[in-house]
Design a protein around this ligand. Structure first.
Ligand code: SDX
Length: 426
């Protein structure tokens, strides 16, 4: 790291503080502010808009350029040439697998797709209409009750096995939440199906027939998982890192990530997009809702638009839109009023000064919900699918953090409460 320095000076004082600066491989320089505490100062950055919370080599995002790299590979190239499991391997290990590594990884994931039979009992306790994310938070966190053999977080082999188990079991648990909600029997994963074929099989097949998975839909599912695989230090990944910094086991950490992802400002946005389109109702109401989105006094936001980092097109949404066209054509629903309205909403927003000035573009969630609905997947499962896709990213960041010396994450605050005062005498 460079020896460049930043100097902090203060009005009314000749005191200056020198702070080291670092330049990463790509992206903005950073000012190392760790020395401020010893000088009796904190930085103040609610929402961590200007804070680099860690050093990482996994994913790079350039919001102005609309760039997203996983271990240096652009997301659109991975979406075109790679697949979800190969991208999982890349995120976890830093390099694309060779032929044997790829085969070994696929077999390891396939070996871990089943869940402990006792896990089935958990579902008896959940109401049929429980939101599937509520079940995911509970069941994934409870996995640590079954795997005492892989929660020595200082053992790289334990971390590897936990990573494989989580990537392998999330789809199985996800589909169990869906089958539970519709009263159908749980489907076991099949070793003769690919990861994404298995996901659709465990969701839509029944014991009464052989699986009948559309290759187009399986490919679309695989790319959707891939596009969600990782995204730098987003809210849920930062939650996983913070939980991991306390030494919590990997299953508890991923469960905390699922909880954070659930929010409509984050991973819950794909479900919120469909709710929004339903609320708008038809094309004649679009202008009214665009006005609501622009009205500061109106809490309505255009779900699926805007991003904390991207002030250009979200590169994932470009790929997602291409898949959207393919899936709608495959299913013969490209003229569906809902999908036509989404297109018109996107066009109007992209031509509106409010959105142009604020660099608000469709994000990954705008199209994903439309595709998933066209595939017959209920909106309540959309964020669950986001969680399945994001698991390799979460676990890669958790592993990266634990692979080098770390401190427990413990931010400070600007205290604006009452000064010390005595309890009133009786
Ligand atoms: C994800 O962080 C990640 O990487 C997340 C994610 C990932 O892969 O992990 O990419 C996944 O969470 C995608 C985002 C999904 N969320 C939504 O689609 C919900 C709708 N979007 C907004 O809630 C909002 O855009 C956020 C939460 C995504 C970003 O919030 P910010 O950082 O506060 O937005 P901003 O500072 O860029 O906003 C600038 C202006 C503000 O108005 P002004 O105060 O300047 O007048 O734009 C406005 C905002 O009010 N604005 C919107 C808007 N998003 C921002 N106005 C209307 N509709 C919107 N969607």
């Amino acid at each position: 790291m460079s020896e460049k320095k930043a100097r902090l000076s203060f009005e009314g004082s000749d005191k200056t503080i020198e702070l080291p600066m670092y330049q990463g491989t790509l992206g903005p320089e950073v000012v190392d502010v760790r020395g401020l505490t010893a000088k009796g100062l904190f930085t103040f950055d609610p929402g961590f808009v200007s804070t680099a919370s860690c050093e990482s080599a996994i994913t790079y995002i350039d919001g102005a350029e609309g760039t997203l790299l996983h271990r240096g590979y652009p997301i659109d190239q991975l979406a075109e040439h790679s697949n979800f499991l190969e991208t999982c391997y890349l995120l976890l290990n830093g390099e694309l697998p060779d032929k044997k590594q790829n085969q070994d990884f696929k077999e390891s994931i396939r070996y871990h797709t089943m869940v402990h039979e006792q896990l089935y009992n958990f579902f008896n306790g959940f109401p049929r209409d429980a939101h599937p994310m509520a079940i995911m938070v509970g069941v994934v966190g409870a996995l640590s009750a079954f795997y005492h053999d892989t929660i020595d977080i200082d053992d790289p082999e334990h971390r590897r096995l936990a990573a494989h188990r989580l990537i392998a079991k999330l789809p199985t648990i996800a589909d169990m939440t869906y089958k539970h909600s519709i009263g159908q029997p749980f489907m076991y994963p099949r070793n003769d199906l690919s990861y994404s074929e298995n996901f659709l099989h465990m969701m839509f097949s029944t014991p009464c027939e052989e699986p009948n998975i559309s290759p187009t839909l399986a490919k679309a599912m695989d790319v959707i998982f891939l596009l969600h695989a990782d995204h730098e230090q987003n809210a849920s990944t930062s939650t996983v890192r913070l939980a991991g910094s306390t030494g919590a086991n990997p299953y508890a950490c991923i469960s905390s990530g699922i909880s954070a992802l659930w929010g409509p400002a984050h991973g819950g946005a794909n479900e919120a997009v469909l709710s929004m389109l339903g609320e708008i109702g038809d094309e004649t109401q679009i202008e009214k809702y665009i006005a609501k989105a622009k009205d500061k006094d109106d809490p309505f936001r255009l779900m699926g638009f805007g991003h904390r980092v991207y002030k250009n097109f979200d590169p994932r949404s470009r790929v997602m839109r291409k898949i959207c066209d393919e899936v709608l054509a495959e299913l013969g629903v490209e003229d569906d009023p809902l999908f036509r309205m989404a297109r018109k909403l996107e066009k109007i927003a992209l031509e509106d000064d409010y959105f142009i000035e604020r660099k608000l573009y469709p994000n990954v969630d705008f199209y994903s919900g439309i595709i998933l609905k066209a595939m017959g997947i209920p909106t309540s499962m959309f964020t669950v699918i986001f969680a399945v896709g994001r698991t390799p990213g979460w676990i890669s960041h958790w592993n990266e953090m634990l692979s080098s010396p770390m401190k427990i994450g413990r931010p400070r605050q600007l205290y604006t409460g009452a000064k010390q005062r005595d309890y009133p005498a009786k």
